[in-house]
Design a protein around this ligand. Structure first.
Ligand code: OOG
Ligand code: NI
Length: 468
C-alpha cells in the first residue's frame, strides 16, 4: 500500500475530528443531544461493568471511547477520490476495506479511511466511510452526460487546501500554523451548502434515478452526511432517544445484543429535511427540500476471523430470510427475537470464541506474568502461559464496517420508493485505480495485529519451547 508518514499526522487528525464534531453539532443539533446521551450511557456502563472497564484498559481503550466517532461522505469522481486519499494521508488515515454497496441496489462502492496502527488508533480513531458514485449504474445516457458535466465543473477543494497537502507531502509534516489552516480549509469541503449547483428540474431527474445520485451530484461539495459516536450499550441509547425527542430507525443493524459483542451494531435517526436553493431558470425562485444528513450511533465488538465472519454472514442471512425488518417498525420485536434465536449458534463466550478461532485476540502479559518475566523468564506453550495466568487475551475490537448494515443505514435515510434493481458488479480493481492506491484487506490486517501481540508476549516472557 502506498503509505507516506506525516510526522504530526495524529495531532492533525485529532484537531480535524474535533472541528468536524463542532461543525456538525452546530449544523445538526440532534447530533449534540445524541453525544450527551451516549456519554451518560457510557459512564453508567463503565461504573457498573468492572470486567469491561478492565478489558478496555488492557487494550488501552478507555480514553478513546468518548472521543471516538466516524463520519461519511459520498464523492462524484475519481479525481475527487484521489485527492481525498492524499488529504486523509496527511491525517494518518488510510483506505481500509472495499465495500460493494451495489449488492443492496446502491450505486456506489466504498472504503473507510482510518488510522491503522494500534498507537494511532489509541490516540484518535477517527474514520470516514467514503463512497464513490458508479456511473455505470446511471442508465439514461442523456442524464449521464449531465451528471458528468455537472461534476466536472465543481471544485470541492480550495487551492490553499491542495497547496497544503503538497507541502505536507514534500516536508513530511505541517507546522502548527499550517496544520490549523489545513484543518480549516478541509472543513470547508465537508460543509453543508444550501445553494445547489443544479436546477430543481435536474435535481428531480437525478432524484428519480436514485436519491443518492441527487445527493452526490446536486451540491457544491460532499457534505458530511453523519457523524457517529461509539456507545458501550446501543440498546440503552436506542431506548433513550425518543425520550429526548429523537426518532431512531426501526431496528438496530448487525448482530443481536450479546454478552460479548461482535463486529458492529448500528442505529440512526432520520435525516433532516433541509431547504435548498436551486439554480433559478428565467429568474424564477426555485426552492425545494432535500434529506441527506442524519445521526447514527454504534457499538463495537470483536473482529471476526474469516471463519467467524462466515458464521456471522450465514446466521444473518438465515435470520433475514425468516423476517425482514419493516421500515415502519411494525415487526421490530419479531425481527429482533428472531435474530437472537438464530444467533444462539454463535458462541457467546470468550473462551469458546477463542478456542473455535471465531475472533481475533490481542495477547498481553498479566501483572503476574510481568513479575515472572522480571524473574528471568518462564517457559511453556502459549496455551500453558494462558492457563497459568501469565498471558491474557482480549478480543481485538472491529474498527471497520459491514456492507449489509451500511446498506440498511443508507436505506433508512434515503426513504422508501427507491427499489430500482442494480446488477451487482463488484469492482475493487477499478476503485483502487480511481483511488490511486490499494485498500488494506481487513482479515490480513487483524491477523497481523494478533500475530504481533503474540510475538510481543514471547519476546518478553522468552519461553524456551514456545509452540503456537
Ligand atoms: C454511508 C453509510 C455507511 C456506516 O456506518 O455503515 C456508514 C453513507 O450513508 O454515506 O456510514
Ligand atoms: Ni455510519
Amino acid at each position: 500500500m502506498l503509505k507516506k508518514t506525516i510526522i504530526n499526522a495524529d495531532a492533525i487528525r485529532q484537531k480535524f475530528s474535533n472541528a468536524m464534531s463542532k461543525m456538525y453539532r452546530e449544523e445538526v443539533p440532534a447530533y449534540g443531544t445524541l453525544m450527551d446521551i451516549v456519554s451518560d450511557v457510557n459512564k453508567t456502563i463503565l461504573a457498573k461493568d468492572k470486567a469491561l472497564a478492565d478489558a478496555l484498559d488492557a487494550t488501552k481503550g478507555i480514553e478513546r471511547i468518548t472521543e471516538e466517532r466516524h463520519g461519511a461522505i459520498r464523492l462524484g469522481t475519481a479525481q475527487e477520490l484521489n485527492m481525498m486519499r492524499r488529504i486523509f494521508e496527511v491525517m494518518g488515515m488510510y483506505p481500509v476495506g472495499y465495500y460493494d454497496l451495489s449488492v443492496a441496489d446502491i450505486p456506489v462502492h466504498s472504503t473507510a479511511f482510518r488510522p491503522i496502527t494500534k498507537k494511532a488508533l489509541a490516540f484518535n480513531p477517527f474514520r470516514i466511510f467514503t463512497s464513490l458514485l458508479r456511473f455505470e449504474f446511471i442508465n439514461d445516457p442523456k442524464l449521464l452526460l449531465k451528471v458528468k458535466a455537472t461534476l466536472a465543473e465543481r471544485k470541492i477543494f480550495s487551492d490553499k487546501a491542495v497547496a497544503l497537502v503538497e507541502k505536507a507531502e514534500r516536508r513530511g509534516e505541517l507546522n502548527e500554523q499550517d496544520s490549523n489552516d489545513f484543518v480549516l480549509e478541509i472543513l470547508e469541503t465537508f460543509r453543508w451548502h444550501s445553494d445547489a449547483k443544479v436546477s430543481l428540474e435536474l435535481y428531480n431527474k437525478l432524484h428519480d434515478s436514485h436519491r443518492l445520485i441527487a445527493d452526490i451530484v446536486s451540491f457544491k461539495g460532499p457534505h458530511i452526511n453523519h457523524l457517529t459516536p461509539r456507545t458501550l450499550d446501543i440498546d440503552a441509547v436506542q431506548t433513550l432517544m425518543p425520550k429526548y425527542g429523537i426518532n431512531p430507525k426501526a431496528v438496530i443493524e448487525g448482530p443481536p445484543s450479546r454478552k460479548h459483542p461482535i463486529l458492529l451494531r448500528q442505529t440512526s435517526f432520520k435525516a433532516l429535511e433541509e431547504q435548498v436553493n436551486f439554480i433559478s431558470i428565467d429568474n424564477k425562485k426555485s426552492q425545494g427540500m432535500h434529506t441527506a444528513r442524519f445521526g447514527e450511533i454504534e457499538q463495537r465488538g470483536a473482529a471476526l476471523t474469516t471463519k467467524g465472519q462466515a458464521l456471522y454472514d450465514a446466521l444473518l442471512n438465515k435470520a433475514r430470510q425468516l423476517v425482514m425488518p419493516n421500515s415502519d417498525g411494525s415487526n421490530a420485536q419479531e425481527y429482533s427475537d428472531n435474530l437472537a434465536a438464530v444467533f444462539k449458534d454463535f458462541p457467546d463466550d470468550i473462551t469458546e470464541m477463542h478456542d473455535q478461532e471465531l475472533a481475533y485476540f490481542n495477547y498481553s502479559i498479566t501483572d503476574f506474568g510481568k513479575s515472572a518475566a522480571n524473574c528471568g523468564g518462564d517457559e511453556g506453550q502459549l496455551s500453558d502461559l494462558i492457563e497459568r495466568g501469565l498471558v491474557r487475551y482480549d478480543p481485538i475490537i472491529y474498527e471497520d464496517f459491514l456492507p449489509v448494515s451500511a446498506a440498511g443505514i443508507f436505506e433508512s435515510n434515503l426513504g422508501e420508493g427507491n427499489k430500482q434493481k442494480i446488477i451487482t458488479r463488484s469492482n475493487r480493481v477499478e476503485f483502487e485505480d480511481d483511488l490511486g492506491g490499494k485498500t488494506l484487506n481487513l482479515f490480513d490486517h487483524y491477523a497481523m495485529l494478533e500475530a504481533e501481540s503474540i510475538k510481543n508476549c514471547i519476546s518478553i516472557l522468552k519461553p524456551s519451547t514456545m509452540v503456537m
